[in-house]
Design a protein around this ligand. Structure first.
Ligand code: 6CS
Length: 289
């Protein structure tokens, strides 16, 4: 891992030999530009784009040597290569900082499984969806509160941990979940610890993320997919001022989706390309929250 900047650590992308550079100064101060092709040109000239990630496998995963992987960075890297930008450089950040950091120019794209919903879609240009996935609760073995849906959790008075500013905390608010029953946490480790300690009865997170977390947590189990949560889907998020990059990327993504390469990347991380077929950004951006 190279470099480290406050909460965000600058990481090498696959094959990156570039030195770590400050996470500021690579783009204009506000990150935006009057030229809709500015970031596309910058990426092609410098051969790299910075990407906001979370390090929440299998959506995003940072290896011990700093290599940035996970389904979203792997799709992003494959598509950017096709439009003349061979490398990415990851910056770890919480989900609620991803759009502000994009708009401030700390990175040029978000590829983290930042699920589409109205409030986010109004602030960025999302590509078409790259993944569709489900949500679950991480609960203590035996699921003592018999959690299965948001409604069952609400009615049973269960305390639910969720990432501050994450999709799940928005879904709880949209379901009028009592604030007194929500335990806001900063990261996945804290969410798991809240359940283990009994402070929370469930940790609300994507099913695949929980499945990865519980590999090292024998006292925690993952519920089936929660039926009363909107479908979650993500694409790559670009600044509204980067229309040329967004449109060029989208076209290349659409072409790649028609090749085995797309399905192979998703399958490697436990996703199914068939789940994305026919799902659009317009549909996912209707989600409240
Ligand atoms: O979009 C979000 O906010 C959620 N996405 C993922 C992949 N994990 C948790 C996070 O809250």
């Amino acid at each position: 891992m190279t470099g480290g900047i406050n909460r965000r650590t600058l990481l090498r992308g696959i094959g990156m030999s570039a030195l770590a550079v400050p996470a500021v100064g690579l783009v204009s101060a506000c990150g935006g530009s009057s030229d809709p092709a500015a970031t596309l040109k910058k990426g092609r000239q410098q051969g790299v784009l910075k990407v906001g990630i979370a390090n929440e496998p299998p959506y995003t995963k940072v290896l011990a040597d700093g290599t940035v992987t996970g389904v979203e960075p792997d799709v992003l890297r494959a598509v950017l290569k096709k439009i003349g930008i061979p490398k990415i450089e990851g910056v770890i950040t919480p989900y609620d900082q991803m759009i502000p950091g994009l708009q401030a120019g700390r990175w040029d794209v978000v590829a983290a499984g930042l699920f589409m919903k109205k409030s986010r879609c109004s602030q960025v240009l999302y590509s078409e969806p790259t993944i569709v996935s489900t949500e679950s609760f991480g609960v203590r073995k035996g699921n003592p509160k018999k959690l299965s849906t948001v409604k069952s959790a609400k009615d049973s008075g269960a305390k639910i941990a969720a990432l501050a500013g994450g999709f799940e905390s928005g879904a709880l608010k949209a379901a009028n979940f009592p604030a007194a029953q929500i335990i806001m946490v900063r990261d996945s480790r804290s969410g798991i610890e809240a359940v283990k300690s009994g402070r929370a009865d469930g940790f609300f997170l994507p099913t695949l993320s929980l499945n990865d977390l519980v590999k090292s947590e024998p006292t925690i189990q993952v519920t089936s997919a929660i039926a009363d949560v909107p479908k979650t889907g993500a694409g790559d998020a670009f600044r509204k001022s980067d229309k040329e990059l967004h449109d060029t990327y989208n076209k290349a993504l659409d072409a790649m989706k028609k090749t085995p390469e797309f399905g192979e990347i998703l399958k490697k991380w436990g996703f199914n390309a068939k789940d994305v077929e026919g799902v659009t950004t317009a549909q996912l951006c209707q989600t409240e929250g």
